[in-house]
Design a protein around this ligand. Structure first.
Ligand code: AKG
Length: 267
């Protein structure tokens, strides 16, 4: 059954830049996804489990990660897509997906940042569904967001950091950013949040005894263009991404912006 977002929820997304819908993925789905996290990690022993970029590509992808079919299947899940559609419209392209698994004890911090600095999407637009695979709590480093920081599509100044135990080497370094207002988005397995590309977000290290795995699925409206020439490859965030050959999946509606939907697909 599709969840119909109330007008108040849609307004909250527009005002705060994120929402947590009521929908929960069922236990059977979560058991499969929990196994998929383990399998994805086992297939990529040389990669930190917070860095499993494009994990939805079911082969060794051009970013060096061996993906798993479960993530593409999840990205296609109508329970998620129906909600995304109510926020970004009927034409939807899946362009990214990253498993962020913070192991117990030494899970890395994601510094507070805005997405999109190195994303080749014009006009820049994306709704990220962050799906909790494990319990995601304050204790094990849940997602944190600064409500309203997406407003006005403003880019806050970022600075580079060369600390090693960070998932990203960029953090917001701007006196006008209200980082003290960050809120924790605690989720149970199967719950997910939806957040706007401009929102400031991040997460604390996981020093607890409990793993925190989540997967971020990136959807853009097919009225935007994924411009592969803008940033063909980038390590601007501290690890390699390859936008030149990143496959796009038109999941709903029609492409309205001349996107190349063939590149990167093997079959
Ligand atoms: O999983 C996290 O803690 C961070 C996720 C994130 O930065 C994102 O979804 O863009």
């Amino acid at each position: 059954m599709t969840e119909k977002l109330s007008e108040a929820s849609i307004q909250r997304y527009q005002r705060d830049g994120y929402i947590v819908p009521d929908t929960r993925l069922p236990a059977a789905t979560m058991a499969r996804l929990q196994a998929a996290v383990d399998e994805t990690i086992d297939a990529n022993p040389e990669i930190r489990p917070e860095h499993l970029v494009s994990a939805h590509i079911d082969r060794k992808n051009d970013e060096g990660v061996r993906g798993h079919s479960a993530w593409l299947e999840l990205a296609r899940d109508p329970r998620i897509l129906d909600l995304v559609e109510q926020l970004i419209g009927p034409d939807i392209i899946l362009w990214g997906c990253q498993v962020f698994c913070k192991p117990a004890g030494d899970g890395m911090e994601v510094p507070m940042h805005q997405d999109g600095h190195y994303w080749p999407i014009r006009p820049l637009a994306t709704c990220t569904a962050w799906v909790a695979i494990d319990h995601s709590t304050v204790e094990n480093g849940c997602l944190r967001v600064v409500p309203g920081s997406h407003a006005g599509e403003h880019y806050y100044q970022h600075a580079k950091s060369d600390r090693e135990n960070l998932v990203l080497n960029q953090h917001v370094d701007d006196p006008s950013a209200d980082l003290d207002n960050a809120v924790d988005v605690e989720l149970e397995p199967g719950q997910f949040s939806l957040h706007d590309v401009y929102i400031i977000h991040g997460s604390n290290p996981n020093t607890s005894g409990k793993r925190r795995a989540g997967v971020a699925i990136r959807y853009m409206p097919a009225t935007s263009h994924f411009n592969r020439e803008l940033y063909a490859t980038s390590d601007g965030s501290g690890y390699l991404v390859n936008f030149a050959s990143r496959p796009l999946w038109l999941l709903r509606g029609a492409d309205q912006a001349g996107n190349d939907l063939k590149i990167g697909h093997t079959a």
